[in-house]
Ligand binder design. Structure first.
Ligand code: ZN
Length: 238
């Protein structure tokens, strides 16, 4: 059995188990909070318990979010940028023509008009990442919707502060974090499958886990890989 609480604005997943003591965990990358509680314990008791631990929870979250973060990008020559888990170096060129972006061996060749500032370069790169993601997502939906026997009505690609993806089963809408274009492709596939499975089971209960185990047996490995990768600098605060 599982449930959810919100304490001090922080969502907390509660799982009831055949255990004697309460276990409180804060997970990377963003500090998701999970409480494993004895099966007979009331939600009110658990709420009081977590209120007492709120300072500790916030401290852990600050730690995780501080340590795991990538250094901020400046969009300068020879700076590292990732696409699908592979590192590329930015190669900046100036030409009096509309901006152009091209992958060449280990380089992202970005041609802009003379005088283009780093903010504009960031915007061009962000748009390019969205395009890459959009292109990769379409075949994944075509592959997985028939396997799972579900259909999503909308898929949005957006920057999200605390999640890799989300699903609203009522509107059948799935949201995917733009940052996924920087991670290995199996991470995107895992998130798509995870969110589509929410159309079968909205919560993270045993039914959900059973679906994941059945459809994507290696999902835990990919989840852990995703949770270990560094986060974008500016995006991930509560
Ligand atoms: Zn989920």
């Amino acid at each position: 059995m599982s449930s959810q609480l919100t304490v001090g604005g922080i969502p907390i997943d509660v799982v009831f188990k055949d255990i004697k003591n309460v276990h409180l965990s804060v997970y990377p990358p963003v500090g998701r909070v999970r409480v494993a509680a004895p099966a007979h314990m009331s939600l009110d008791t658990i709420r009081l318990y977590t209120i007492g631990k709120l300072d500790w929870i916030k401290q852990q979250q600050r730690k995780l979010q501080g340590q795991e973060r990538e250094t901020p990008r400046e969009y300068i020559d020879l700076e590292s940028h990732y696409l699908w888990g592979t590192r590329y170096m930015l190669d900046l060129q100036e030409k009096d023509q509309p901006p152009q972006l091209e992958l060449k061996h280990k380089y992202i060749l970005l041609t802009t008009r003379p005088g283009t500032d780093s903010e504009k370069r960031a915007a061009i790169l962000a748009a390019w990442y969205r395009d890459q993601l959009r292109e990769a997502i379409t075949p994944l939906f075509s592959k997985w919707e028939p396997i799972l026997g579900v259909k999503a009505d909308h898929c949005f690609i957006q920057r999200m502060k605390t999640r890799w993806g989300s699903c609203n089963p009522h509107t059948r809408s799935i949201r995917v974090n733009t940052e996924l274009a920087k991670k290995p492709k199996q991470c995107l596939e895992y998130i798509i499958v995870h969110e589509l499975v929410h159309l079968l089971e909205p919560s993270h209960n045993q039914v959900f886990t059973a679906h994941m185990d059945r459809f994507m047996p290696g999902w835990r490995h990919t989840r852990d890989e995703l949770n270990q990768s560094p986060l974008a600098h500016e995006d991930w605060e509560y």
